[in-house]
Design a protein. Structure first.
Length: 326
């Protein structure tokens, strides 16, 4: 129920904010030399000459029928464009989220266990550095070092120029390459993913490491941890089976919220690395005042954000079985 209200609020706010921008999409469609009659015809065709409330009602009616409109830039249905660009963004964000979360938990756990040592200081430095450095700056720095200077990794894109992608099954090139047995394409796709994924994951590492360290230090001081040690359990068993599991509760909460931050970083990173995802698609749409494409991307990001938070709520059932009885 709340999902419907959230998505409706997103459509309402985005629709009216997009329309108040001082730009004329009809001029973009018609070209710079179109006369007033041509502009008026285009506005009539796309319904841009109607009052804003009428345009919104018309848009919502199309939305309920699964029609997101036609992009002014690509001249294709927005739904078709999203089917092409969305898998690339999901692949990039998924790898970044998994890599950043795993490394963040590892760094935070090591820092908590080695509290007050040089390892702890180094882990906290990594966490602060990851949170402090902007994604766009890191992206350009990585391109300069690993592409321009060292030549170890490609500049951008999902595959090398001229490379034939695997047959479309999921839209995720790494997954499709494995499913079709094309290991060379899989390795090439991983090479292209390396720089943008690391760029996005570093901020996730910093945040997760700080949260896990703080939470784990609190758990290690609890009575149940001392009781488990008194019963003769090894330090590793106490850490992994008891303390860390409870310490992950705040981290899982932030993990869902971090998807929104990650989605924002994707917009910049995709543009810098020429990654053909919805971030770059949205950037081109906003720059061209492409209302329909902007609305489509906003709805998809909002839906993914709500979906991730739903998954987080379900994960609580595994991490804390007591929630099932409340």
């Amino acid at each position: 129920m709340f999902l419907v209200f959230v998505l409706w609020g997103v459509t309402l706010i985005t629709f009216f904010l997009a329309r108040v921008a001082p730009a004329d999409p009809a001029r973009l469609i018609a070209g710079p030399h179109a006369n007033a009659i041509a502009l008026a015809n285009i506005r009539h065709i796309y319904g841009l000459d109607k009052p804003l409330p009428v345009q919104y009602v018309r848009y919502m009616g199309d939305l309920f029928r699964g029609n997101l409109g036609t992009s002014f830039v690509t001249r294709r249905p927005v739904r078709s464009d999203l089917n092409v660009f969305l898998p690339a963004t999901i692949e990039l964000a998924l790898y970044a989220l998994v890599l950043g979360s795993l490394l963040g938990v590892l760094v935070g756990t090591v820092a908590a266990v080695r509290r007050g040592t040089a390892i702890d200081v180094g882990a906290r430095f990594v966490a602060i550095a990851g949170l402090s450095m902007p994604a766009f700056w890191l992206a350009m720095l990585f391109q300069l070092v690993f592409f321009s200077r060292l030549g170890w990794l490609p500049f951008g894109g999902r595959l090398d120029t001229g490379a034939v992608p695997p047959p479309h099954m999921t839209g995720l090139i790494t997954v499709d390459a494995l499913l079709t047995g094309r290991l060379g394409t899989f390795v090439q796709a991983l090479q292209h993913l390396a720089l943008p994924v690391i760029t996005l994951a570093l901020a996730e590492v910093g945040l997760m490491a700080r949260i896990v360290r703080t939470s784990l230090l609190e758990e290690l001081g609890e009575d149940y941890v001392r009781t488990a040690r008194a019963k003769g359990l090894s330090g590793t068993a106490v850490l992994l089976r008891h303390a860390l599991r409870n310490a992950l509760m705040p981290a899982v909460t932030v993990l869902g919220l971090e998807f929104g931050v990650l989605a924002g970083g994707v917009f910049l990173v995709e543009t810098i690395f020429a990654w053909p995802g919805i971030g770059r698609y949205a950037y081109d749409a906003i720059r061209a005042s492409d209302y329909n494409a902007t609305m489509g991307v906003t709805l998809v990001v909002a839906l993914l954000y709500v979906g991730i938070n739903l998954i987080v709520d379900v994960a609580y059932l595994y991490l804390d079985p007591r929630i099932r009885y409340t």
